[in-house]
Design a protein around this ligand. Structure first.
Ligand code: GRF
Length: 213
């Protein structure tokens, strides 16, 4: 990946079009929606589960929301094609994975710029159990990472990271709760930087540059 061609500001008054994919409660979506300085707006929320809490958050904010369950498709290929059709219909400048628990194909993640938020300091503890894995390993410091998504899991160029200390009496829920409080600012700041055209990606390196416009 070189300089991200899509990370240029639009002239549009309402800014970049953002599609959010999620599987769960949607507290990161809620945090994004609380920000009025993103330089973009969430135009569609998609889930892979009909019961994802984030769908209600979208609906109560008046944002179109839909779900596409893998179990209702013949295979992963047709599920992802249906998901991609919905995403394409919203013509996004950016796709944000805010707790989306499915792996997407290389075709999907190269079709749009995709940002992900992950609850560890990557490359430590990739995968679906990052918070429990950090606790089990006994590290004293963990945190969260916002990164561009590439064809490998929890791997693409890192936009931002922040550390969270682990307390002696932490359990997964308590630690994850503190990590999420940090994620809310980190993800929204990264989305804002992208929308304002401030992210320059060269190989694995992401720099924040002044807004070109
Ligand atoms: C977050 O911790 C995120 O890092 C991980 O999934 C969680 C989603 O939480 N990928 P929520 O649904 O935004 O509350």
């Amino acid at each position: 990946m070189s300089v991200h061609p899509a990370s240029r500001p639009t002239g549009g008054a309402r800014g970049r079009r953002i599609v959010v994919l999620l599987s769960g409660a949607g507290s990161n979506l809620a945090a994004l929606l609380r920000r009025d300085d993103l330089g973009g707006r969430v135009v569609l929320v998609l889930a892979d589960r009909h019961d994802a809490g984030g769908l209600e958050i979208a609906a109560s904010a008046g944002i179109p929301a839909a779900s596409e369950a893998l179990s209702e498709h013949a295979d992963r290929v047709s599920w992802e094609a249906a998901l991609a059709d919905r995403v394409a219909g919203a013509a996004p400048d950016l796709v944000v994975l805010a707790g989306f628990m499915k792996i997407l194909s290389a075709d999907f993640v190269h079709r749009w710029p995709v940002l992900n938020v992950h609850p560890s300091l990557l490359p430590a503890f990739p995968g679906a159990h990052a918070v429990a894995d950090a606790l089990d390993y006994g590290v004293k410091l963990t945190g969260c990472t916002v990164h561009f998504v590439d064809e490998q899991v929890d791997h693409g160029p890192i936009v931002a990271q922040a550390a969270v200390e682990i307390a002696a009496d932490d359990d997964v829920d308590r630690l994850h709760g503190r990590i999420k409080q940090v994620e809310y600012r980190l993800l929204a700041d990264a989305v804002g930087s992208f929308c304002r055209g401030e992210l320059k990606v060269t190989g694995r390196r992401v720099e924040r540059v002044g807004s070109p416009g």
